[in-house]
Ligand binder design. Structure first.
Ligand code: TYM
Length: 330
């Protein structure tokens, strides 16, 4: 049986990048595979968090997954810290992964910046915890955005190294599942940087909780260039803002970039932006409304998380016991 695992950090708003790059694919995959979707609160604390906000964000992100259409009865939705096996396996992987491998991780370099000595050890070892998340369930496929590719490669290296250190064929080498059209959603203010929760400008991203007027305003203000839209995807080369908006349109309306160029080629941005606004509002506003409604029902959200954790532990425990046996832990 193929098994899907993926995770999202509860650090602030879910945005269009999370939705198009990952969550919408989680929804698609749920009917075909056994899926575990995890709100990774232990990853969130690798940088400072306000405890009250962390709790609220964990619930809000859970509400977002449910509102996007993930069914918590057929899938497992849970938060990472409720299943202690993640931390236990991460420690074992700290003793498998090499400093040299972690030193190559671009996300650590970006996040730690110039103040590297001040970064937490947790931020540095973050990819080992991510490998533990996936391998604790012997997951075979991991649907993520493009920015997680390097962490997935490291997960494969760790699985391979563990198997060869102990002469076993225990961990699978999980495959990333990356959907091409919106694998990398860029900032609405700068086509060269990724849409992200940490961008200071709220105009750089569309949040899943934004109302229709806010979405319209953000699209209206989104940066473009002076040329009309191209007739084919090749014409997007060197036009990162146009490419981003067309990619977003294609993903939101379930068409391709080529078809979108076909439809809007030769038009100016204002006409395209009004169509994009319509599509974005039709797709996102219902999710935002449902998310707000669910987030208000704290006891329901908490019950989804605790039931999910119970089921996750049930899958994780035999794997962890076997790992301990392989390693020689009594
Ligand atoms: P996180 O919380 O940053 O993002 C969650 C998912 O959203 C995708 N994503 C994007 N996709 C396209 N364009 C963007 N601008 C964009 N921004 C975010 C991410 O690729 C991700 O799929 N380390 C992970 C969380 C994690 C995880 C895991 C993922 C922890 N353990 C195990 C998979 C498997 C992260 O920080 O995602």
């Amino acid at each position: 049986m193929e098994r899907i695992f993926s995770g999202v950090q509860p650090t602030g708003n879910l945005h269009l990048g999370n939705y198009l790059g990952a969550i919408r694919n989680w929804v698609r995959l749920q009917s075909q595979f056994e899926c575990l979707y995890c709100v990774v609160d232990l990853h969130a604390i690798t940088v400072p968090q306000d405890p009250l906000e962390l709790r609220a964000n964990t619930r809000e992100v859970t509400a977002g997954l449910l509102a996007a259409g993930i069914d918590p009865t057929n899938n497992i939705i849970f938060n990472q810290s409720q299943v202690s096996g993640h931390s236990e396996l991460a420690w074992i992987f700290n003793c498998v992964a090499r400093l040299g491998w972690l030193n190559r991780m671009t996300q650590f370099k970006e996040k730690a910046g110039k103040r590297r000595d001040n970064a937490t050890v947790g931020l540095y070892a973050y990819p080992n915890l991510m490998a533990a998340d996936i391998l604790l369930y012997q997951a075979t496929h991991v649907p993520v955005g493009d920015d997680q590719k390097q962490h997935l490669e490291l997960t494969r290296d760790i699985a391979q190294a563990f198997n060869s250190m102990f002469g076993v064929d225990f961990f699978p080498e999980p495959e990333p599942v990356i959907m091409d059209d919106a694998a990398r959603v860029m900032s609405l203010r700068n086509g060269a940087s990724k849409m992200s929760k940490s961008d200071e400008s709220d105009y750089s991203r569309i949040n899943l909780t934004d109302d229709g007027d806010t979405i319209a305003l953000k699209i209206q203000k989104a940066r473009t260039d002076p040329d009309p839209l191209p007739y084919s995807a090749e014409g997007l080369e060197g036009r990162s803002e146009a490419e981003n908006l067309i990619g977003i349109y294609a993903a939101l309306s379930d068409t391709s970039i080529a078809e979108t160029c076909d439809e809007f080629g030769g038009e100016n941005f204002s006409k395209f932006k009004s169509r994009l606004t319509e599509v974005a509002i039709a797709r996102l506003v219902p999710i935002g409304e449902e998310m707000r409604r669910l987030a208000g029902d704290v006891s329901y959200i908490d019950s989804v998380l605790s039931e999910g954790a119970e089921r996750a532990r049930h899958l994780a425990n035999p794997v962890l016991n076997e790992v301990k046996r392989i390693v020689g832990l009594l």
